[in-house]
Unconditional design. Structure first.
Length: 127
């Protein structure tokens, strides 16, 4: 993975993806939590490429603006572009964006940390 690499995920807005269904609002429009999940998924899948077994990544920061609604039945896509990697190689930063058939619907930044899955789960279970 190198700076500038991108990944894209696509879907069609269903009733289950609406703010009303997700409990994040009262409208039958594409819900912000689902948009965010698609953005995170694009970054996760970009990072996951080429990682050895037992390694993965987790989201650690997300700053997003949801700027336009999308109706049920509209096609949506989310993209992640790698913008930087920390000096120690443990943190990756992304520019993320989401679009529907009419244009931009959301954008922002996302940070993910590389993890050892076994160690991460042991820390979680130790709580």
């Amino acid at each position: 993975m190198k700076i500038g690499d991108t990944y894209e995920v696509r879907d069609t807005v269903s009733e289950a993806m609406t703010a009303k269904s997700l409990g994040s609002g009262a409208m039958h429009v594409f819900g912000t939590p689902w948009m965010i999940a698609m953005m995170e998924n694009a970054a996760f899948l970009l990072m996951q490429q080429g990682l050895p077994e037992g390694k993965s990544s987790v989201g650690t920061r997300l700053v997003i603006d949801h700027v336009s609604p999308s109706p049920v039945g509209m096609n949506v896509r989310a993209t992640a572009e790698l913008t930087s990697v920390s000096a120690n190689g443990k943190i990756a930063e992304f520019r993320v964006a989401a679009y529907d058939d009419a244009g931009l619907i959301g954008e922002g930044t996302h940070q993910r940390a590389y993890i050892d899955v076994e160690r991460f789960l042991a820390k979680c279970e130790g709580k």
